[in-house]
Design a protein. Sequence first.
Length: 330
Amino acid sequence: HVACTEDKVPECSESYPTIWALRPDHEELCNGHTISRSGESALHLVLINLPLTVLVSQLKDLELLIELLQLIIQLCCQEKNMVVFVEQTVMDDTLLLNNPGFSNVKDKLMTFRDGKDDLTDKIDFIICLGGDGTLLYASLLFQQSVPPVMAFHLGSLGFLTPFEFDNFQEQVTNVLEGHAALTLRSRLRCIIMRKNEETNKSSKPPTNLLVLNEVVIDRGPSPYLSNIDLFLDGKHITSVQGDGLIVSTPTGSTAYAVAAGASMIHPSVPAIMVTPICPHSLSFRPIVVPAGVVQLLISVSPDSRNTSWVSFDGRNRQELFHGDSFFILL
C-alpha cells in the first residue's frame, strides 16, 4: 500500500533491512524528493490504497491509554473503516477491564500475542504511543518488512517520535492523505550460530533478529573483563578487552553508543558503529564500518575466562559461549 515518488522504491532485504519512518514536516523539491525542515532527506509518502489495518504499540500509562484508544477507535474504525490491533496483554489487564471507559472500545479491537502471532501480512500501518522504547518494540515485532510507522511522543525520551498528540486526528488524517515525508531507517541483521548447531543439523535454527538501535555484547554477571574477537570480512581486526562492545546503526548511534563515547551518525549514512564499553586499552576507539562490508563476526576469545552476553535493542538477552559465532549484517 506504500509507494514513493522515486522511480524505484528501496526494498527490504537481508543485505539492507529497513524500517519506514514517517515525519510530520517536509517541503517539496523540484526533483520529486522531499526534505524535512530539520535537514534530513526523505521520500514523499504516497498511499496507493488506504490502509485497512493499524497496529497500536502503546505506552504503559493505562489511564491515558484508555483515552487515546477512544480517539483512535473513533478516527480509525468509525471514520476510516480500519481494523485496530493491540497486544493481548491490553485485553487481559484487570485495571483496564474494570474501567467503564474501556468497555466501550474493547469489542472493536483485534489482538495479537508477541512471539506467537505472525503480523507480517496483517498490518498496513503502525501508530506508536510512547517513547523510543515503544518504537523499538514495534520494530522487533516485524522481523521482515515493516509497515510505515507514525510515532507520537508520549514518553520520557523522544528522539525517534516526532509527532505530538495534541492534534492527533489532524495529523493521522494528513498522513493517510499523503501529506507526510517518509524516511528509511536501516536495521542490523543479527545471527548467532551455536557451536553445537554447526555439527547437529537437526537442532533448532540459529537466532536471527533485526534490530533498529544496537546490539550489546557484555560480560554479564561475571567479575572478569570480556575478551571478544572482532573480525571484518573474515579478517581479524582486534581483540576487545573490557566491559563489552556496542554495535549500532546510525539511528542507535545517538543512544547507548554516544553515551559510551561514540560519534553521532546521520540516519541516512549506511554504516555500522562499533564502540567498546570501558576498554582496557585506551588505544581502542569507536570504529565506523561501511555498509558494503559483507559481514561483521564477533566471538568469545578462546583464552577468555568467562562467556559473554548479548541483547538486541535491550531485549532477548542470551549467553554467548566459547565457540559460538555472532554475525552482524547491515
